[in-house]
Each structure stands twice: as structure tokens, then as C-alpha cells.
Design a protein around this ligand. Structure first.
Ligand code: 5AD
Length: 360
């Protein structure tokens, strides 16, 4: 079926890889029409509610050395931090009062005992003190036992970007100690444990083709994820991997089109309009919502840490406070006539359908 006839039969939307690629490079009127269709499908399937996830970047200490990432372990210009638990809890308190409904605890990757125990204890304490809040973790590749401990402590969702679904491409972006197969395995384990699982890729990364991006979307569908967060690749002057061909406009457009086509392919999942979009365009996150996204992640990391969590150059909101971000994002959502879903968890509807089908 062609996307232009797909509106009434969301479940049967089936787009060939060629059509996906054609849509990914859409510009002008064609692009506008694609985004409009995607937002209609969003409205029908997951409503016009935009759900909040207060993002707490609680540590930038990382044992990985991804070639593209500003907080890679070899970047000795970054001042490393790990927020004390009470400070994390204060940030959660802010989210609770702002009625965000959900938080994301994100950090660099570590697998040492101290780190894991501390994440478990923090999740437990958040559950105790703020039972209304849903918790998403984004702390990288761990083993099954650890993921299970995180789940048992009260985390409901987990984000682990695959970064690229092409093994060869993955190898060009990561040092040899990092394994594409292990990352895929982690996603599988997370699903088996019962998390709502999110993944994603960087759009416009070095060595990436439009065909790779189409394959990324088909990969999300194949592994049947509940949530996706994708953002444009943005160079950093503190990493080895940068390249001549970087084109800001192209990466922004490709990222927005990725959101829109994904909404056509997976109508009931949660899709984030990510901060990186705003690094490339002052209204980048609004454009992401207009292209079919339904999740927004206001940063609630205390201001003094923000300049040390620079994954890429030009990250927005680094001098702002959590209150500034709350006001700013509220206004942004209202400016495009979507609903601010304060006080709602905004769980992935796809997750509930998936779990129901699995148990039948
Ligand atoms: N440009 C865009 N996104 C990046 N990330 C890391 N480095 C960059 C970059 N240079 C993204 C990765 C990671 C997420 C936390 O940040 O996709 O999973």
C-alpha cells in the first residue's frame, strides 16, 4: 500500500524500502505533506498529547570511547562529574512538582559494582519518595542480571540507542572493544525482562547512506520497539570523528523525515523530538513534533553540570535552569497547538499491545 492511502488502515501501512528512501530525502512541498500525514497519524493513534520526560544527565563518566561522542573516555578536556544521590532526588522533586509524569536517568556507561548499586538504590529511593513518577533508564549496555535488578527496583523503561543498524557502519563509529551484536542482544534481553524498550540512531552520521537510514527504520520495526529517539549527528571538536561533508541543513531535514516516516511505519510508538534538533534550528524541536513526534525531554540536570555533558557542539539549554526549560518547552508546545500532557505517564501504547499479543 502506498502511504497516501494509508491513513485509515494504520496497521496495514506497508511502505517499500524504495518509497522510504524517497520520503527520507523529501524537500519543499513533498516534505510538508509527509509531515502533515505523519502528524495526522500521530493524532489518531497516540493523540495530540505531548508527554514530558525530565532528563537528568547524572554522570558523564564513561568507559566507552565512541568516535563521535563528546563525553568519550579519551576526551580529557571534559570535567567529569557524578551527581550525589540527594542532588538527583532534588531534580526528581522538581519534575514531581512540575508534573512531568516521567523522568529519564541518563549517564555515560559504566559496569562497576558501585555504579550499578548506586543506580539501583537511586531508582528505589525515587519510587519511595515520588511514587507517581515513571522512571526510564539510559545507562548503556549491562548484563541480564543488572537489567533485572534495575527493573525490580522500579524502572519501567529503558533507552539504548543502536546508533546504526548496519554492523559495518557500527564498526566505523566505534572502537573494536564495542560490539554491535552485544548491543542487539541487550535490546532483546530488555524486552524479555519486560521493559518498555526504546532505541534510536544518529541521523547524518559519517559514512551513513540514505539506504542505511531506511534500514534503520526497518530494523526498529523488525525488533518491534516501543519508543524511538533519533537526532541529527552534530560534530564535536573534541572527538576524532568529524568529516568534510557535514551539512547541517541536510541532517536536520533527514532527521525530521526519519521521524515522519517512522510514524507511518509504527503509528502507536512513542517518538521523541530530541534536543539535538534544536541545536540545528531554533525551532527544531517544534519541527520534530510537527513531523509526528509525541515526546519531549526537558533537561532537568542542574545548570552547573550541563556544560560538561556536551555530546556534541552547540548543545542548547546549557545555561538555562530547569525552570527556564519548563517554561520554554511549555510555550513551544502551545505555539504549535499541541497539548501539554502534564501529570500523565504517557506510556508507549505499542508496548501494551505488544505484551497482550505476546501473551495470547
Ligand atoms: N551528535 C549527535 N548525537 C550524539 N550522541 C553522541 N554523540 C553525538 C553527536 N556527536 C548521541 C548518541 C547517544 C546519545 C546519548 O547521544 O546517539 O546514544
Amino acid at each position: 500500500m502506498n502511504i497516501s492511502t494509508g491513513l485509515k488502515m494504520e496497521k496495514e501501512i506497508c511502505i517499500s524500502k524504495d518509497e522510504i528512501m524517497e520520503n527520507l530525502i523529501a524537500e519543499g512541498r513533498k516534505q510538508k505533506e509527509l509531515h502533515r500525514r505523519a502528524s495526522v497519524i500521530r493524532d489518531k493513534n497516540v493523540s495530540r498529547n505531548i508527554y514530558f520526560r525530565g532528563l537528568i544527565e547524572f554522570s558523564n563518566i564513561c568507559k566507552n570511547d565512541c568516535y563521535y561522542c563528546g563525553i568519550r573516555k579519551s576526551n580529557n578536556k571534559t570535567i567529569r562529574y557524578c551527581m550525589p544521590r540527594e542532588e538527583i532526588l532534588k531534580a526528581v522533586e522538581f519534575c514531581n512538582e512540575a508534573d512531568y509524569g516521567s523522568i529519564v536517568l541518563q549517564s555515560g556507561e559504566r559496569r562497576d559494582k558501585n555504579f550499578i548499586n548506586s543506580v539501583v538504590d537511586t531508582v528505589r529511593e525515587i519510587k519511595n519518595r515520588y511514587p507517581k513518577i515513571r522512571i526510564t533508564l539510559c545507562v548503556g549496555e549491562q548484563n541480564k542480571k543488572t537489567y533485572q535488578r534495575f527493573f525490580d527496583a522500579g524502572a519501567h523503561r529503558y533507552l539504548l540507542r543502536i546508533e546504526t543498524s548496519n554492523k559495518e557502519h557500527y564498526k566505523r563509529l566505534h572502537p573494536k572493544e564495542m560490539s554491535f551484536e552485544n548491543r542487539k542482544k541487550c535490546l532483546k534481553i530488555l524486552k524479555e525482562i519486560g521493559f518498555q524498550v526504546g532505541t534510536g540512531v544518529m541521523v547524518g552520521a559519517p559514512f551513513q547512506t540514505v539506504e542505511n537510514l531506511a534500514d534503520d527504520l526497518l530494523f526498529f520495526k523488525k525488533i518491534d520497539v516501543d519508543m524511538v529517539g533519533m537526532g541529527p549527528f552534530i560534530p564535536s571538536d573534541q572527538v576524532p570523528l568529524n568529516y568534510q561533508g557535514y551539512n547541517q541543513e541536510r541532517n536536520l531535514n533527514l532527521s525530521l523525515n526519519m521521524i515522519a516516516v517512522l510514524r507511518l511505519l509504527m503509528p502507536d510508538i512513542n517518538i521523541a523530538s530530541t534536543t539535538a534538533l534544536q541545536a540545528l534550528n531554533p525551532i527544531g524541536r517544534e519541527l520534530g513534533l510537527k513531523a509526528g513526534a509525541n515526546i519531549i525531554m526537558p533537561i532537568v540536570t542542574p545548570t552547573r553540570y550541563r556544560k560538561n555533558y556536551l555530546l556534541y557542539q552547540g548543545k542548547p539549554c546549557i545555561n538555562e535552569s530547569s525552570k527556564d526549560c519548563l517554561n520554554c518547552i511549555t510555550n513551544r508546545i502551545k505555539s504549535i497547538d499541541l497539548n501539554t500532557a502534564f501529570g500523565k505517564w504517557g506510556d508507549s501504547l505499542h508496548f501494551f499491545k505488544r505484551v497482550k499479543n505476546d501473551s495470547n
